[in-house]
Design a protein around this ligand. Structure first.
Ligand code: NAP
Ligand code: HSE
Length: 431
């Protein structure tokens, strides 16, 4: 029986999870692939660190690039992270040496995915990245293979486990943002720099990969409109709840007449929608095709969930050559256009902290009317003990309108000097 000899760079949450899973599932993987998938060499920063895994008999490399070029490995697995070196240099070195690469590194793919795909084709070495999007959900394989017969019009979903975990625990248990983020970090969900999670960039990296797979574009995270969850407060989540919504950080890529609109932002979704019930670290990805519409739901982060996707790619490589990284030749991928966000249409939640003086309500309603925005509801929330001069919270829900009308109306209200802090605007998805 031939072995598939693996060189593994990165032995953190995901890397250690892969080592454990390959050991735990050894017999089942041999039965399925006819080969033993065996880690023979590793690289990480700290050789002395206790990782709770058995690395006896495994070669250690201090330099991940040297590991990638190790003549005694068949496949290189990159689980270090980061969109620069050593991850980038090591992946390129492996591809140039003709070794297939498996990576969970969405930041690297978002920055260099098209270039890496071209290198993969040039050398004939596969580039696989199931773990880079939505953790354990096999959405990359679904888009690249199972849904290949569909004309896809929309891909959307909850793409970041850390943010969904934070929003769920804040809403359900009234915990602070910082406490929930700290717990997500402790559980191994968050990126090494968690601002990537909470400011929406990790979701954007994943969405750029999904867009490439679904629409045949070059991976380009810069063409995505991005807002994160940092500014959301318990007050927003409670107001959403009162109004019949949950707040989710959604990534959406949709065909429009102006190109592929790609956006990541907090979104209010009706409570009865299935996606509103996707809680904690769970992710969901919905694909609308002309033949089928499917939604895949599963754990979006964590050692085991992500290892499941990495090991799935390794099992594929043990039995096949791999195919095109993004489902089409790299030369055929077209540039991703940035559809203008100002033309986005939908309902909006707008929370204003308004100076408590005569005429403020009339100004707010007037500036909305000036932009032709029709209000579904306007609610003034009083603090439990209001004092003279203390700002009042005013929550507006609009009927469908455009992003540019909302931005102009909010700017016009601000120019009247009646706002005490920066307005909060959340887009609403409705039936
Ligand atoms: P992690 O726990 O921080 O582990 C990173 C590993 O890479 C560590 O073992 C570290 O070595 C090693 N490393 C970092 N810089 C290195 C360098 N310059 N040279 C050699 N080794 C280096 O990260 P993780 O959570 O496992 O994530 C790894 C990758 O998977 C990232 O691309 C991440 O975005 C992606 N991902 C993570 C998850 C998740 O749930 N955690 C899910 C999907 C995808 P030391 O241990 O010696 O410090
Ligand atoms: N930090 C990422 C998340 C890991 O929370 O979704 C999975 O990609």
């Amino acid at each position: 029986m031939s072995e598939l000899k693996v060189g593994l760079a990165g032995l953190g949450t995901v890397g250690a999870g892969v080592v454990r899973m390959l050991e735990r599932q050894k017999k089942a993987l041999i039965a399925r692939t006819g080969r033993e998938i065996k880690v023979v060499a590793v690289a990480a920063r700290d050789r002395a660190k206790d990782r709770g895994i058995d690395l006896s008999g495994v070669r250690w490399h201090d330099d991940p690039v040297a590991l990638a070029r190790d003549p005694d490995i068949d496949v290189f697995v990159e689980l270090m992270g980061g969109d620069g070196d050593p991850a980038k240099a090591a992946v390129i070195a492996a591809l140039e040496a003709g070794k297939p690469v498996v990576t969970a590194n969405k930041a690297l793919l978002a920055r260099c995915g098209a270039d890496l795909a071209a290198r993969s084709e040039a050398s004939g070495a596969a580039l696989r990245f199931e773990a880079a999007v939505a953790g354990g959900i096999p959405i990359v394989k679904a888009l690249r293979e199972a849904l290949a017969g569909n004309h896809i019009t929309r891909v959307s979903g909850i793409l970041n486990g850390t943010c969904n975990y934070i929003l769920t625990r804040m809403a359900d248990e009234k915990l602070s943002f910082d406490a929930c983020l700290a717990e997500a970090q402790r559980l191994g969900y968050a990126e090494a720099d968690p601002t990537f999670d909470i400011d929406g960039f990790d979701s954007a990296h994943k969405l750029s990969i999904l867009t490439s797979l679904a629409f045949g574009t070059k991976v380009d995270a810069d063409s995505i409109y991005v807002e994160g969850i940092r500014s959301l407060t318990l007050a927003d989540l409670e107001a959403a709840d009162d109004l019949g919504y949950k707040v989710k950080l959604l990534g959406v890529a949709v065909r429009t007449e102006e190109g592929i609109e790609q956006r990541v932002h907090p979104t209010m979704v009706p409570k009865h929608w299935p996606i509103a019930q996707v809680s904690g670290v769970i992710n969901a990805v919905a694909v609308d095709g002309d033949a089928v519409a499917v939604t895949l739901v599963g754990p979006g982060a964590g050692g085991d969930a992500t290892a499941s996707a990495v090991v799935g790619d390794l099992a594929d490589l043990a039995t096949s050559a791999g195919g095109y990284a993004f489902g089409a030749p790299a030369a055929d991928l077209v540039p991703a256009e940035r559809a203008p966000m100002q033309h986005h249409e939908g309902g909006y939640y707008i929370r204003l902290s308004a100076v408590n003086k005569p005429g403020t309500a009339a100004i707010i309603a007037g500036r909305m009317a000036d932009e032709g925005i029709s209000l579904e509801s306007i609610v003034q929330r009083r603090p439990a003990r209001s004092r003279d001069g203390e700002p009042a919270t005013v929550i507006l829900i609009t009927y469908a309108t455009t992003e540019e009308a909302v931005r102009r109306a909010v700017a016009a209200i601000d120019a009247e000097g009646v706002l005490a802090s920066v307005p909060q605007v959340i887009r609403i998805e409705k039936d």
